[in-house]
Design a protein around this ligand. Structure first.
Ligand code: MRU
Length: 331
């Protein structure tokens, strides 16, 4: 598997992913040779984050087309199972459908399309995060900047580079980041396990905080700007993102701190007028009742475990894609 540096890629006859369930203890690559293996990896979050899910959907269709040959109906059934493996991130179905559109050209055409999408992912996210970095420098007077983020939006959430953390990479390269406050992101700790790992790897000063401390950090004046990614953006600019994002946006608005969302335009779902119809994934109770396999709640405890929430556009300073500011309260 030498030479694989992307979070998700194609190698000879398999999809290769960085196993995000193993981080930060171990940096391990997994080879996925069947659609069922890929769906399992998506559902246990071994591959996750909206842009990476788009790539996974496209490569999954390529894998199916190679293994099923001319059995078009079976490929379409695989595609539907992939597209519904997780419901909230718009990119998953987008990636599946874009790869599927190449099917009349045969399996090689599907793989070529999927590979083109992987290259495009990095390019587009670099541009979107450049636009957002420029906006932050315009909105915030203090130098260097003190940023707060939620969940993981770096290269691990995409094919490479990332979205909200992509903003950090641009600003850090320009010497404009004092520190990043990274929400740990309950319950699956994408902030602690993945964002902190990426920030450390990049040499960006950071502090990890429990999600419940974010409002206090804003109140104490420790943050110049909050910057997050998105899983689905409605036509009016309402944003579904990792659970806790809405509370963060409320607190940022209360303290007059800009709240910026960065995503590729493939995350925008123009079929939805607003965020009210976004399907929110509900995950297993054990993610709340257990920590690292140990029960932390009484047996049989009832649980509310939505993986995402919706932040209304009026709480968002700007939603930024590769095309620039898409929506928000700016100006
Ligand atoms: O459940 P996850 O880890 O897939 O959720 C990921 C997020 O909510 C990210 O913030 C979002 O996908 C943007 S990733 C660039």
């Amino acid at each position: 598997m030498g030479g694989v540096t992307r979070t998700i890629d194609w190698d000879t006859d398999a999809i290769v992913i960085v196993d995000q369930c193993a981080l930060p203890a171990e940096y391990r690559l997994l080879r996925l040779r069947t659609v069922d293996e890929l769906i399992g990896a998506i559902q246990r979050l071994a591959v996750r984050g909206a842009p990476a899910l788009g790539a996974a959907g496209a490569l999954g269709v390529a894998l199916s087309a190679r293994t099923r040959g001319t059995a078009t109906e079976a490929i379409r059934a695989d595609a539907e199972r992939l597209a519904t493996a997780r419901p909230t991130a718009a990119n998953l179905r987008w990636g599946v459908e874009r790869a599927l559109a190449a099917l009349p050209g045969g399996a090689d055409a599907v793989l070529a399309e999927a590979q083109a999408m992987l290259t495009e992912d990095e390019r587009v996210n670099r541009i979107a995060s450049r636009h957002a970095a420029d906006l932050l420098l315009e909105l915030c007077a203090r130098r260097p900047l003190r940023l707060l983020t939620h969940c993981n939006t770096g290269r691990l959430a995409a094919v490479d580079w990332g979205t909200a953390l992509g903003v950090v990479w641009h600003l850090h390269a320009a010497g404009q980041v004092e520190y990043v406050l990274a929400d740990e992101t309950r319950p699956l700790l994408q902030g602690a396990r993945l964002t902190a790992w990426e920030l450390a790897e990049a040499g960006v000063p950071y502090r990890l905080l429990p999600d419940s401390a974010a409002a206090a950090a804003l109140a104490r004046g420790l943050v110049d700007c909050a910057v997050v990614g998105a899983d689905r953006i409605a036509a009016n600019g309402d944003v579904a993102n990792k659970i806790g994002t809405y509370g963060l946006a409320l607190a940022a608005a209360r303290h007059g701190v800009p709240f910026i969302v960065v995503a590729p335009s493939s995350t925008v779902d123009t079929t939805l007028a607003d965020g009210s119809a976004i399907v929110i994934e509900e995950r297993a109770a054990t993610e709340i009742t257990h920590v690292a396999g140990t029960a932390v709640a009484p047996e049989g405890a009832a649980v509310f475990n939505p993986a995402f929430d919706v932040t209304p556009v009026e709480l968002i300073t700007a939603v930024v894609t590769e095309h620039g500011v898409f929506a928000g309260n700016r100006g």
